[in-house]
Design a binder for this molecule. Structure first.
Ligand code: FAD
Length: 658
């Protein structure tokens, strides 16, 4: 008999588990969060950094939806940079280095302060399954059993076990069981998952050695200073909090040499990656150093960032040299790198292999199609990265709550959020190698910027109770102000009087000769919103009294108006593309459609669609191996099916023949 019953049980308190549990509790449900070690909530297994290209956008979206990641990194950051600052706003991404220990400490404090959330330490050994004839798998989850014999009941469960399912670590020829160094592995849970009949696979990821700070020749290295620690990942939760330190710590840069590559190449045979010991597929975009040396043999050197692992620790994180070579080879190649001639390792790098679940078996709510009260989020779905895990955790948590409350699911579109792109990619295309987010994965990335994440998402989150209504209303107010100011700029015209012309031409290229709207002036290259205010002032001084009174706008209004005016052409084009895509997205496909009986469709497409079982024509069009011609067949079927007024659950390709 279970000792306690929860509404939702979350297994794993990593980045996905934390956000899933918080979302469930914020939606008013009783949540039990289970983990191996209470002191390691949201532990950063690898690089202690949040954000980066596309990941910064994800972190901002998690915050906009009420998640904790933004607040925690704002408190724990010790180094900050806005990446791609010189490029357009669509690809600018914040990245902060954290003090690893404080990050986990602050995450623990968030859990403690959340009503309805209970953190419990222990190894979950199995899922308690009951027969359920209404579920396709024949089962539903009713609780969990811990290795120490304790039992807990639940109405829904969320699995967020990261790299721990049958985790096996490799360091050269040495193998040890564990999900990450210093932690055990989860050996039994995979069997429960297999009982439900889910397809599983094996992936791998790796981490670099940690170096001893006092054994590095810092003077010889290039410095990369931190920007001021004033950026906030959380625009609303971090009020009243400040980072651990006033000024950011610097990072340093060095490079591998010919000698480094020679040492590594001489030891390829000792790498479990090449000897066949590692079977799991690793991330192609984030290869280990031995992989880089082998695959890019023409490249004379590879960059290494030496990043602080924390404030009061000796560990330094050498970003770029993840490896699973034997420890003695690691130290040998490191000492061929300028600045590291006498370096000592605090601990060697390693690779870890683990079980994951093919995510095409999930709905966009992240619940399992065949077992609706079981949800999966994070690395278990084939992703890699803290931000990817957090985004999924939030979606799983809120949808588990909505499902229990009998309410509509919360699904974000590809046009609404990077999180929407992430979930859609996973459930539609699956993951055959660890999936991480890139800006190039988002077709509407100009709309999905880090600077407008809360404007895009918080009002929606407030509607379902994921964030407080007051906060949602504040954002709606801001949206109204942005709209109002944009309209004002479109409708207000100024004349090119002498002083106005001089002012405009002093900050932008080309002559200014015709009366123009303020938005046309702002569109000119070189002119920003602050210039525009000065130009307006000049126009008023010169007797353009017809100008409506200029009001002081919030800096965020100015920022958003400037972007929307300057990029209007591109933004309008993306909005038109979204409308086009929406037509396909609104065409539902019967969920139980028997694709194998669809005539006129290629076999590959039939099989892929049978596996994924997309919900809409839009989703079907993104399934790998499905061509536009296959979609035309499917579209014809859906139209005919709708005309016949048949019940969706009865659908089969034979309906086409009627
Ligand atoms: C060696 C290594 C290298 C990595 N390298 C990178 C990298 O270079 N870049 C990158 O972006 N990401 C990297 N990652 C991945 C990053 O750490 C993960 O993507 C991220 O932490 C995933 O979050 P998660 O919540 O899914 O899982 P995790 O953060 O791994 O959390 C899993 C949680 O589940 C708990 N758990 C597991 N099984 C059980 C059980 N049976 N009972 C109770 N609790 C359980 C664990 O205690 C833990 O709290 C690396 C990870 C590792 C281990």
């Amino acid at each position: 008999m279970p000792s306690t019953n929860f509404d939702i049980i979350v297994i794993g308190a990593g980045h996905a588990g934390l956000e899933a549990a918080l979302a469930g509790a914020r939606m008013g449900l009783e949540v039990g969060l289970f983990t191996f070690d209470k002191t390691k909530v949201a532990q950063m297994s690898c690089n202690p950094a949040i954000g980066g290209v596309a990941k910064g956008q994800l972190a901002r979206e998690v915050d906009a939806l009420g998640g904790a990641m933004g607040l925690i990194i704002d408190r724990a950051m010790i180094h900050f940079r806005m990446l791609n600052r010189s490029k357009g706003p669509a690809v600018q991404s914040p990245r902060a280095q954290a003090d690893r220990a404080h990050y986990a400490k602050f995450a623990g404090e968030v859990v403690e302060a959340t009503p309805g959330l209970t953190l419990i330490e222990g190894e979950v050994a199995h899922l308690e399954l009951d027969k359920d004839p209404t579920a396709e798998s024949g089962y539903r989850v009713v609780g969990i059993g811990l290795k120490d014999g304790r039992e807990f009941g639940c109405r829904a469960a969320i699995l967020t076990t990261g790299t721990f399912l049958k985790g096996l670590m490799h360091e050269g020829e040495r193998k040890s069981v564990g999900g990450r160094v210093g932690d055990q592995s989860s050996e039994h849970l995979s069997d429960s998952i297999a009982r439900i009949g889910l397809r599983m696979g094996r992936l791998k990821t790796g981490t670099p050695p940690r170096l001893h700070r006092e054994t590095i020749h810092w003077d010889e290295l290039e410095i990369q200073e931190s920007e001021p620690l004033t950026y906030k990942f959380s625009y609303w939760q971090s009020e009243g909090y400040s980072p651990l330190i006033k000024e950011g710590l610097p990072c340093h840069i060095t490079y591998t040499t010919d000698k480094t590559h020679e040492v590594i190449a001489n030891n390829f045979h000792r790498s479990p990656l090449f000897s066949g010991e590692i079977q799991g597929v690793g991330p192609r975009y984030c290869p280990s150093i031995e992989d880089k040396v082998k695959r890019f043999s023409d490249k004379p050197r590879h960059q290494i960032f030496l990043e602080p692992d924390g404030l009061d620790v000796v560990e330094v994180y050498p970003n770029g040299v993840s490896t699973s070579l034997p420890a003695e080879v690691q130290i040998a190649f490191l000492r061929t790198v300028p600045g590291l001639e006498e370096v000592e390792m605090v601990r060697p790098g390693y690779a870890v292999e683990y079980d994951y679940v093919d995510p095409t078996q999930l709905l966009p709510t992240l619940s399992i199609k065949s077992t609706p009260n079981l949800f999966l989020a994070g690395q278990i779905n084939g992703t890699s990265g803290y931000e990817e895990a957090a985004g999924q955790g939030l979606i799983a948590g809120v949808n588990a709550a909505l499902w229990l409350q009998g309410r509509d699911p919360f699904i974000l579109g590809r046009d609404e959020a990077y999180i929407g792109v992430l979930v859609d990619d996973l459930v539609t295309r699956g993951a055959t190698e660890p999936y991480r987010m890139f800006t190039s994965r988002a077709e509407y990335r100009l709309l999905l910027r880090q600077d407008n994440a809360d404007l895009r998402l918080t009002p929606r989150a407030a509607e379902i109770g994921l964030v407080g209504r007051i906060h949602g209303d504040r954002l709606k107010g801001l949206l109204g102000e942005i709209d109002g100011e944009t309209q004002r700029l479109h409708s207000t015209r100024i004349s090119p009087s002498k002083r106005v012309r001089e002012k405009v031409e002093s900050v932008s290229r080309g002559e200014f000769k015709k009366p123009s709207s303020l938005s046309e002036v702002l569109e000119r290259s070189g002119i920003n919103y602050a210039h525009l205010q000065e130009i307006e002032l000049e126009a008023r001084r010169n007797g353009d009294e017809a100008l409506p009174t200029q009001t002081l706008v919030h800096p965020r209004v100015a920022e958003q108006v400037e972007i929307s005016v300057k990029y209007r052409g591109y933004l309008d084009r993306q909005i038109r593309q979204i409308h086009e895509q929406k037509r396909l997205e609104s065409q539902a496909i019967p969920i139980n459609l028997d694709y194998l009986t669809l005539e006129g469709m290629r076999n590959e497409a039939r099989q892929k669609l049978s596996l994924v079982r997309p919900l809409t024509l839009g989703q079907a069009s993104r399934v790998e191996g499905v061509s536009p011609a296959d979609i035309a067949v499917l579209m014809a079927f859906v139209k005919r099916f709708e005309r016949n007024g048949a019940h969706p659950s009865q659908a089969s390709g034979n309906d086409l023949k009627q």
